[in-house]
Design a protein around this ligand. Structure first.
Ligand code: URA
Length: 298
């Protein structure tokens, strides 16, 4: 025995004692097994087994563990092979036309606004539904003389499930009030009933898909006058590619699937007016024209 051995034993003893002390402080007060487990030997055995490409169970004892305390066969940590994937279901991709046809079929079934709302809630043809929190169907009088169709719900509308309740909605209320109209007396809806992610503008495909529901909504309310608020609404309802600055303030008429025609005017969207207050003078002009039309005798 050399002089270094007792010194090494002493250092090992101190290290073990320090380790046990550390375990105790960490709250480890009992051992899981009677016999200690040599994790280093396990790791070496596993490395060797991987190198040899041998399975763990039943294999010969790896060389690295020879002479070490007998070990339970180390568990194979390699992930078990995945079961074969079931064949991917054929995804029924529906064309925009097929979606619009389905929307037309569903919307035509509604005999009341409540039924239309239920049918819309069940409709899965518009992808916006997946990211929205709530369906924003519409609000206001169900027999209104004036109906407004906005663009799409924003964050506040998505949370509330009601159209035009945020900043734009408050401006809309003031705009209506300025010509003696109460918000609860008009009917309000949007071209799409679900909030587009990040408040982006709804795509033409999305407004087209939802159009049959919007048209049925108008048919069921049967207003004397319709107003398109903003560009997406004006484009889809007036079937026009012209910009909102050219469309606004001009009277047109739309023909509904049931054959009824409704005098319609496009106006600047309240959200746009919040960003461009100088354009409120155009909105004021349009509001006066709207009020004059409403005051005309049938
Ligand atoms: N803007 C819209 O076009 N519709 C709403 O409901 C809210 C903001």
């Amino acid at each position: 025995m050399t002089r270094a051995e007792p010194e090494a034993d002493g250092r090992m003893g101190e290290a073990l004692s320090a380790l046990l002390d550390w375990y105790a402080r960490a709250g480890i007060s009992t051992f899981a097994r009677e016999a200690p487990r040599d994790r280093f030997a396990e790791t070496e055995a596993e490395t060797e087994r991987r190198r040899a490409g041998r399975p763990a169970a039943g294999g010969p004892a790896p060389a690295a563990t020879q002479g070490a305390a007998p070990l339970a066969a180390p568990a194979d940590r390699r992930p078990a092979p995945l079961p074969p994937r079931p064949a991917a279901p054929a995804i029924a991709l529906r064309s925009d036309e097929a979606l619009a046809a389905e929307a037309r079929e569903q919307a035509a079934k509604a005999g009341s606004l409540a039924e239309l709302q239920t049918l819309l809630a069940e409709f899965t043809g518009c992808g916006l539904k997946a990211t929205a929190k709530n369906l924003v169907f519409g609000n206001g009088s169900e027999t209104a003389d004036l109906m407004l169709v906005g663009e799409a719900p924003g964050r506040d509308e998505d949370l509330a499930g009601e159209p035009f309740v945020g900043r734009s909605g408050r401006l809309l209320d003031r705009m209506l009030g300025s010509v003696g109209l109460k918000r609860e007396d008009v009917r309000v809806t949007n071209t799409v009933p679900w909030r587009p992610p990040g408040n982006r503008t709804p795509t033409p495909a999305e407004t087209e898909t939802c159009l049959p529901f919007t048209l049925r909504h108008i048919e069921l309310v049967n207003p004397r006058i319709l107003v398109c608020l903003g560009s997406p609404s004006a484009k889809v309802l007036l079937r026009s590619e012209e910009g909102i600055m050219r469309l606004r303030g001009r009277w047109a008429s739309i023909t509904l699937p049931n054959g009824a025609t409704v005098p319609t005017m496009a106006m600047l969207h309240p959200a746009y007016l919040l960003r461009q207050p100088s354009q409120k003078r155009l909105a004021w002009r349009d509001l006066l024209a709207l009020k004059a039309k409403l005051d005309e005798k049938d």
